[in-house]
Design a protein around this ligand. Structure first.
Ligand code: PBG
Length: 330
């Protein structure tokens, strides 16, 4: 037996013997305050509408969305992130910047109810355009520069409603710069930008597109979102967004991008976020419903891995469930 004295002194199991020892030397620990909870808000009244591919996630009226947001804040979750649906879609996604749209109303009411809460909003056009693309089309292609002022206007409307953080997810080049300069010009230099900087063209967004009714009617998003074969390109995107004024850079999807997160962590000092997206959620829910995996355990392990890889903040549909498990509730 190769034991000391004279043998190998390294016995890693010594510090794994008891829960206290394991906690004592744990290298990372994700806190509930580091989670961000996405909420889908729709115009009109009526009960929450379930999303079949995302059990437990619902599209809510403003009133219900605000109730959910305040509950999440009271759970100690760091921030809520609103996604909106419009009454009508059009080619330019006009309703995305309507001051009385579902998102600005939800932001205002949440900030009224919980002034200290961090309220973030998704800034994109895809749920608002008739064609489902994240920008406006010209000759069948997404026109980058024609989209920038529209995104900047959406961000401004959200900031005026009281959003603390705007999160542009359209993957248009220079969207962060366009939003930053518009916000600054209008007196919102204090509004932070959480940039979806490294957002892959991913099959993991499928269930979200059902929730937000935002699937592209023709084509796909590979003309603007990152090619999953590329990691260095993701780092260039993050660098560009931080130079343009992003306060936080986000990587998504999360679990399939741990290499990118780890490399980004060692290269950049800005806060990093990761989005555990709808497909990651749906896979866990589906397997757990069949009893094939232990839901709380697999969620903790997944979020822990994303955090260990380098994410300071994690957007997750499991945020409220995690908070409940932390309180010892089932
Ligand atoms: C909007 C947007 C998407 C997601 C966040 N913002 C979908 C997409 O790009 O098609 C995905 C989130 C998820 O899957 O949970 N552009």
């Amino acid at each position: 037996m190769a034991t000391e004295p004279g043998g190998r002194p390294d016995r890693p199991r010594r510090l794994r013997r008891t829960p206290a020892l394991r906690d004592w030397v744990a290298e990372s620990g994700l806190a509930v305050r580091q989670l961000v909870f996405p909420i889908f808000v729709r115009p009109g009244r009526g009960p929450p509408e379930s999303v079949p591919s995302m059990p437990g996630v619902e599209r809510r009226s403003v009133e219900d969305a605000v109730r959910l947001a305040t509950a999440a804040v009271d759970d100690g979750i760091g921030a809520v992130l609103f996604f909106g649906l419009p009454r009508h879609k059009d080619a330019f996604g006009r309703e995305a910047s309507a001051p009385d749209g579902a998102v600005p109303r939800a932001v205002r009411a949440t900030k009224d109810a919980r002034p200290g809460a961090i309220v973030a909003t998704d800034v994109c056009l895809c749920a608002y355009t008739s064609h489902g693309h994240c920008g406006v089309l010209r000759n069948g292609e997404v026109d980058n520069d024609a989209t920038l002022p529209l995104l900047a206007r959406v961000a401004l409307v959200h900031a005026r409603a009281g959003a603390d953080v705007v999160a542009p997810s359209a993957m248009m080049d220079h969207q962060v710069a366009a939003i930053r300069s518009r916000l600054d010009a209008e007196g919102f230099s204090h509004t932070a930008i959480l940039a979806y900087a490294a957002k892959y063209a991913s099959a993991f967004y499928g269930p979200f597109r059902e929730a937000a009714d935002s699937a592209p009617a023709v084509g796909d998003r590979r003309g603007y979102q990152l090619d999953p074969r590329n990691a260095r390109e993701a780092l260039r995107e993050i660098a560009t967004d931080l130079e343009e004024g992003a306060d936080i850079a986000m990587v998504k999807p999360a679990l399939p991008s741990l290499d990118v997160l780890a490399r980004a962590r060692s290269r950049f000092d800005a806060p990093l976020a990761a989005y555990q997206v709808s497909g990651e959620y749906a896979m866990i829910k589906a397997a757990a419903a069949r009893g094939w995996v232990d839901e709380p355990a697999i969620v903790r392990e997944s979020l822990g891995a994303i955090h260990r890889a380098g994410a300071d903040l994690i957007v997750t549909y499991f945020a409220r469930a995690v908070a409940a498990w932390e309180r010892g509730e089932p």
